[in-house]
Design a protein around this ligand. Structure first.
Ligand code: FPP
Length: 276
């Protein structure tokens, strides 16, 4: 955890309340509310997306300083093509501008940029900029910034299963094929990344919107009413503080609940006797 250069009011207290040993290894964010942010200010939707892109910049840097290992941002879903063509086109331009203008910052912070989703469907200019940035940062060893672009979790799972079937067909092993969780996990777009510990959604909607459905099985969910362009460092620190207050059980029991084992055994004994 690197100290921040400057602090806005209240941030220092929030930062010092965090346990540096329990920073989530992987944070995933559904960045929602750009349009409403703009509407509230009487601005065109695009102004909201531009403010959203600026927010990406600051949150990426903050996560990197906090020691987050991977940050996955939902930048464009496979369903977002349903938006007006002009808005979609502006989003691709914005992505290209972001990638160009931020390459130096990514390098300075040793951040490796990768993407997940069917990115070959992007317009050429955005696709090439994305691939160029991935190549330029591929040897960086710091935080992994993973952009979900033209992404659908259902597509991802279907692609994983199809690749297992294809491999089995090539190996002539289709008849004996048995698929397990590990086989799917290894073929997801996120293979090699830890599963998200914390999933943040801005602007209040209680949905996961086809995002990382497999990987968020045990993620802690954090939803804030704040629109994405307003999701500043204080908001991030609050989300992590809330994460650190949660007790993660992964389907097991809390550490303190072991003391009830004797009472449970007595109860079972009693049921067994009374049902004879
Ligand atoms: C959701 O807001 C946001 C998006 C669909 C796009 C996210 C894009 C950015 C944050 C900017 C570009 C990204 C990068 C990585 C540079 P919305 O339009 O659905 O908001 P609304 O629900 O209020 O209408």
């Amino acid at each position: 955890m690197k100290p921040f250069d400057t602090f806005a009011p209240g941030e220092r207290e929030l930062a010092s309340a965090l346990d540096p040993g329990r920073i989530p290894a992987h944070i995933a964010i559904i960045m929602d509310g750009n349009g409403r942010w703009a509407k509230r200010r009487g601005l065109p939707r695009f102004a909201g997306h531009r403010a959203g892109a600026n927010r990406v910049r600051s949150i990426v840097e903050d996560c990197s300083n906090l020691g987050v290992q991977a940050l996955t941002l939902y930048a464009f879903s496979a369903e977002n093509w349903k938006r007006p063509a002009l808005e979609v086109d502006l989003l691709w331009r914005l992505l290209r501008i972001y990638l160009r203008s931020d390459l130096a910052d990514l390098q300075r912070n040793n951040i490796r940029l990768t993407s997940i989703g069917r990115v070959d469907a992007l317009p050429r200019h955005a696709y090439e900029e994305l691939r160029a940035t991935e190549r330029a940062t591929e040897h960086n060893t710091g935080m992994r910034l993973n952009l979900a672009i033209n992404y659908s979790a259902r597509n991802e799972i279907v692609d994983a299963v199809n690749s297992i079937i294809d491999e089995a067909r090539i190996e002539g092993n289709l008849a004996g094929l048995a698929i397990d969780e590990e086989a799917i996990g290894r073929r997801l777009y996120t293979a090699g990344l830890p599963e998200p510990d914390l999933l943040i959604r801005t602007s209040g909607e209680m949905r996961v919107s086809n995002f990382l459905l497999w990987q968020i099985a045990y993620a802690e969910l954090y939803v804030t009413e704040t629109y994405w362009p307003d999701f500043d460092r204080s908001e991030l620190l609050r989300a992590i503080r809330e994460f650190q207050r949660r007790e993660r059980r992964f389907g097991g029991l809390a550490e303190t609940s072991g003391t009830g084992a004797r009472a449970d055994a007595d109860e079972i004994e009693e049921i067994a006797v009374s049902s004879k």
